[in-house]
Design a protein around this ligand. Sequence first.
Ligand code: ATP
Ligand code: MG
Length: 380
Amino acid sequence: MKNVILVRFNEIHLKGGNKKYFTRLLYNNMRDALVGIDCKVENGVNRLIVRDYADEDLIVDKLKFVFGVHSVSPAVEVDNNKEEIEKCVLGLNFEGGFKCRVNRADKSFPVRSNDFAADLGELILNNKKQVFVDIHCPLVVVNVDIRETGKTYIYTKTIYAYSGLPLSEHRDGLLLLSGGIDSPVAGFCMAKRGLRQDLLHFDSFPYTSKQAKQKVIDIAHSIKDIIGAKYMYICSMTKMQEEFHVNCKQEYAINLLRRAMIRVANALCSKFSYKTIITGESLGQVASQTIESLTSTNSVAEYPVLRPLISLNKSEIIEMAKDINTYDLSILPYEDCCTVFLPRNPITKPKVSDAEQEENKIPYNELLNAVINSIEVIEL
Ligand code: ATP
Ligand code: MG
């Protein structure tokens, strides 16, 4: 009898000929997530198994944030042997209404699933105190998973993770990370679909403070393992924003800033081979997130812009931010570059041609190149 943690995946089962590749990726990502923690990870048949560990809770907590993991169950591992299974089931410590559920993947096991579940139920009833069978609403489900590998796993607890797909090997995404609530959640959502991302933040020093920058670096550190980030780029938009402020129509200031952000992201994508840009925009949340505003920013994008939060309400985003532990950092009260030179009436229906006209009023390419050349790179 050995204590192990049984790890299940779901969507990977649909990967046909690529299933092996994705399982391997998940295995590698689990190992990365558990680096420095005493344990062994084993790539089994349709399951992954963690063994030889001391701190079960710590491992379960880490695995919850490994995408591709559907659920985990701390279990006892025995051989596919009737007596051994019965002994193990009797050793479980519980009270109240229960039922037994048997999964017989090993078809050579001599008793059929339903019959064995009934036998085990009876055995428990006859040998344990303060238990009763409750088929419809049991407090405890005794699961017996008889695998084709010759091993059986017995468990009563299942902890659900986020499912999704394992983080890719390459960092293909560039997440525009502000100091707000939305963008870390956007990064989380895309990571859940397997997109590993680096980060790009814009500040407007000295209009924005060193503390504001540090806050975003802290957010980056708190999500780096979840989204697989290695680098954070920090880009100062001060010069461009000053030019927009002095020379361009004020109602266009935010729209011009957004377009400049996307152009900087384009340059980084091209230089470092990112394939897509991610933002935390949500339709209609503010003036810069109307269909017309998004059309204007999209028109300068040279890479697909992914906006996983586009259909979410702020309250839903906040719930997710709390779940991934970024909320408390995000609500610290520091200014963002978008709040510097904020126009009184930002345009809600900008026209691409008008935005271009505004950009032509300043030495745009020169300014953009200067901004790009001054990017600071932080290794997280
Ligand atoms: P968040 O959306 O993260 O809560 P916010 O509400 O202050 O922050 P918005 O004005 O809603 O920001 O910006 C929409 C999106 O644009 C952000 O989710 C982020 O992806 C990007 N963005 C805004 N400001 C910045 C910034 N300073 N640096 C990098 N990206 C930014
Ligand atoms: Mg927002």
